[in-house]
Design a protein around this ligand. Structure first.
Ligand code: GLC
Length: 806
């Protein structure tokens, strides 16, 4: 069974991670969200919420650069009026109290914190209902003692309301524009702001002249005995959320503010007989001011009914049950199963919706939705909800220019973005589109028209063609892609400022994306384009093989002045992982070179927790390479185990037939294994989701992970596990099963939903081999083709038996 770490463990069915010791190395997070309303919640009740986008429309505050760094949060303090003692139901902020019990259960879309203090047992569940723009803090209290207890309840949330970047820069000014009042009839705090910094891309002394267009409602379903909306009044002078004056004195000031820092704080009082219990909940929701009756549209009364709240939580759980039912894997390896079946698809849903935007490491102020990230992140969601993916694809295509290039990122609500000239960004469009088609075969999408960001409109197919043609056209005289402002690696940003520098990874990637479209072009019978692109592939592949092999491996790039990056001739940054992996993935490397490139990667780059992105890390700044050489060695792109890049190595190793190497690396990258290997106190981040990177042996903090949750490694590890290790691949023609097992695996059972059917796949590997399929039976009948067109089978369920063998 799953090993515990000193802070927690997975439940038997892997659906929850249970934290038993709240003093984790860092706050560990979970998400709760629906299509519009999103929030992060830490295992201590910390976290913030937003509508649509965390920069422009933040609801509640995150205090940046603060210790502890998950403050403030969604807190409920309980006070025993007889003893005067008070404590929080989420442990923080009253962390120095001696709790009798603490346990946080992190599940998909909800977080439940159990505590017991002074004999009062509590269960506090945070969640966001599926289709209302609100969040619920659902509480059960139980008096385990033999005395009647008189309790006061204080629920409070520090508010932000509007542009979070502006709040940081200009909060003393910003606070002159808030209106927070108490609606007596509704027993609800109503909050809004009189202006909204929206259109500006960056900070400016010029201020806009329009309203924040929302009203926030904060209420609870216990009788309200007092309220406050002034943070100053509620907390008191020289105090913090750990010891609010109002809680200590029991006196709420009932302040309504028209200026000042806003809080939504409500007080109630209850008595619990011995062994008595009570259920109640707190509601916070947001609605457009244009809506006449926000109480109605937000269903505030419904959400005061405990049984309806229970049902809404049930809907959240049912949504995730359904989501996870699209793919499950049962192999002999529990760490693999728990990631592939539960936490990896869950994390992929988070990356799909949050981009690199709403987290504690990506603080929601800078990135928006990255084009390259968005088109990669569909890889997970497309299995479950192709309709939503289609909407997302069509939406993202609006940020492409008529010449085929794209914005690098965009912000919801404002539709602003940056044109950074990263050379890879347009290429993720065909990448994502082909993956969508491989899952759905929805060829109709290709005919849909989408406007360009600058001028005119075109079909989706044409958008794709222009993206690739733009990349093909943006090459140097000798025929290699210009790196421009960087490629996938954002920190190679000063290799080609003069427009001459070339990216070899980008050349492989261009070949890979070209190759990826060929089946589609054939299917569409677009022979002319197919010929032209095949020629482009051959030409670029030829140039790479002529110029970019240094005898030991493929180099990474050439600078404006022609100087090479990532070669054995250098004393730092000698070898870069991505060019070795993508030489194989793009099928550009010859057999011999592929073998040597991968062997050298293992020799120089393998670490305890995965493959480091380059070696030796830069210790001397090179102005004509970029941010990478300014970063400390062993972290981030400068030589960390960068999981996204490490996952691509696993893919390359599988494609090259090095299955044992591939699995060894895949296995050590699984967060539960990586954190165990280096020790969780060293690892720091959540052991249930991938982090962007783990510090490599090139830094004294080796093993320390960072930037958990929002990383492209999530979808890639998911799909490499599914498509390559279990071997269940999709294409326009259907689905196929071609496993690549570590030899120790005797068998595996997989459930995969695909184009309306459910496939129950049993793979047996009696001879303990790495790959090779001897026979396939579908519903008991031998099947001899490679691609299974599931639509040809009348049944909804297909039983597929795969026998591995030579
Ligand atoms: C970060 C960025 C991603 C980029 C990667 C490598 O993860 O979010 O877009 O490709 O770093 O630089």
């Amino acid at each position: 069974m799953m090993k515990k770490n000193p802070y927690g463990h997975f439940t038997e069915d892997f659906r929850e991670f249970v934290i038993t010791n709240p003093r984790t190395p860092r706050p560990w997070f979970n998400y709760m969200w629906n299509e519009h309303y999103g929030g992060l919640v830490s295992h201590t009740g910390g976290g913030f919420s937003f509508l649509e986008t965390p920069r422009d429309n933040r609801i509640s505050r995150m205090r940046y650069n603060c210790l502890p760094w998950d403050r403030p949060g969604r807190y409920i303090l309980v006070k025993d009026t007889d003893s005067g003692e008070y404590w929080s139901l989420s442990w923080a902020p009253t962390i120095d109290k001696k709790y009798e019990h603490y346990e946080a259960h992190l599940g998909q879309g909800y977080t439940t914190i159990h505590t017991q203090y002074a004999g009062i047992r509590a269960e506090l569940t945070y969640f966001v209902p599926r289709d209302t723009n609100c969040e619920i803090w659902k509480v059960k209290l139980h008096n385990t003692t033999q005395q009647k207890r008189n309790l006061e309840i204080y629920a409070f949330q520090e508010l932000m309301l509007g542009n979070a970047l502006n709040d940081i820069i200009n909060q003393p000014n910003d606070k002159h524009f808030t209106d927070v009042t108490f609606n007596k009839a509704q027993q609800t705090i109503e909050a809004t702001r009189r202006y909204w910094v929206l259109q500006q891309k960056s900070a400016s002394v010029e201020q806009p002249n329009f309203d924040w267009k929302y009203t926030l409602l904060f209420t609870m379903n216990l009788p309200v005995t007092g309220f406050d909306s002034s943070l100053d009044k509620f907390i008191g002078k020289w105090r913090s959320e750990a010891n609010p004056l109002a809680v200590e004195t029991g006196e709420m000031q009932n302040t309504e503010i028209t200026a000042g820092d806003p809080v939504a704080a409500l007080q109630s009082s209850i008595s619990l007989e011995k062994e008595g219990a009570v259920d109640f909940s707190v509601f916070m929701g947001i609605e457009s001011k244009e809506v006449n009756d926000p109480y109605k549209s937000l269903r505030v009364n419904d959400f005061k009914d405990n049984s309806i709240i229970e049902k809404e939580l049930g809907k959240v759980k049912a949504y995730w049950d359904d989501y996870l039912s699209h793919f499950t894997a049962k192999t002999p390896d529990a760490s693999f199963n728990l990631m592939l079946s539960i936490w990896n698809p869950y994390q992929s849903a988070v990356t799909f919706d949050m981009a690199r935007n709403s987290g504690y490491y990506h603080g929601g102020l800078l990135f928006g939705t990255g084009m390259r990230d968005q088109f990669q992140d569909i890889l997970g969601m497309v299995i479950v909800d192709p309709i939503q993916v289609k909407e997302r694809l069509l939406n993202a295509l609006q940020y492409q220019f008529a010449d085929g290039s794209t914005l690098h990122n965009f912000f919801k609500i404002t539709n602003h973005g940056e044109r950074t000239h990263h050379s890879d960004t347009p290429l993720w469009i065909p990448f994502g589109l082909v993956e969508y088609l491989n899952e759905t075969k929805d060829l109709d999408i290709l005919q849909e028209k989408v406007a360009f960001y600058d001028q005119g409109e075109a079909t989706v197919y044409d958008h794709m063609v222009r993206a690739l043609d733009f990349a093909i056209g943006d090459c140097t005289e000798r025929g290699l892609p210009k790196i421009r402002k960087g490629d996938w690696n954002d920190t190679l940003d000063h290799i080609g400022p003069k427009g001459k520098g070339e990216t070899i990874w980008g050349a492989f990637f261009l070949c890979y994306v070209l190759d990826k479209t060929f089946a589609l072009l054939e299917h569409k019978n677009d022979q002319q384009l197919l010929n032209r692109w095949k020629e482009a592939y051959d030409r670029i592949a030829g140039v790479i093989n002529d110029i970019a092999w240094d005898g030991e491996w493929y180099v990474r790039a050439f600078r404006d002045n022609g100087d090479v990056v990532g070669s054995n001739t250098k004393d730092q940054g000698k070898i870069f992982l991505n060019t070795q992996s993508w030489a194989v993935i793009s099928k550009v490397a010859t057999k011999e070179r592929a073998k040597k490139a991968l062997q050298n990667s293992i020799k120089h780059l393998e670490n305890k927790t995965g493959m480091q992105i380059c070696w030796p890390a830069y210790r001397r700044v090179e102005d004509n390479i970029g941010l990478i050489s300014r970063c400390v060695p062993g972290k981030k792109e400068n030589g960390a185990v960068f999981n996204h890049a490490s996952s691509w190595f696993v893919l390359a190793a599988i494609m090259n037939g090095n299955i044992e190497d591939a699995f060894r690396i895949y296995h050590k990258m699984l967060p539960v294994n990586a954190s165990e290997k280096v020790g969780i106190d060293q690892y720091d981040t959540e052991p249930y989701v991938y982090s962007e990177y783990v510090t490599s042996r090139e830094h004294e903090t080796e093993g320390q992970a960072s930037h958990s949750w929002l990383t492209g490694s999530s979808v890639w590890m998911y799909r490499i596990g599914m498509d390559w290790i279990l071997g269940i691949q999709t294409s326009l023609k259907g689905i196929t099963i071609d496993p690549h097992f570590p030899k120790v695996w005797g068998n595996a059972d997989v459930i995969r939903k695909f184009r309306g059917k459910t496939l129950y796949i049993h793979i047996s590997n009696p001879d303990n081999i790495n790959s090779g399929v001897k026979s396939i039976k579908i519903n008991g009948t031998d099947f001899h083709e490679h691609w299974i067109d599931v639509t040809k089978f009348p049944d909804d369920d297909l039983e597929i038996d795969v026998l591995m063998g030579k």
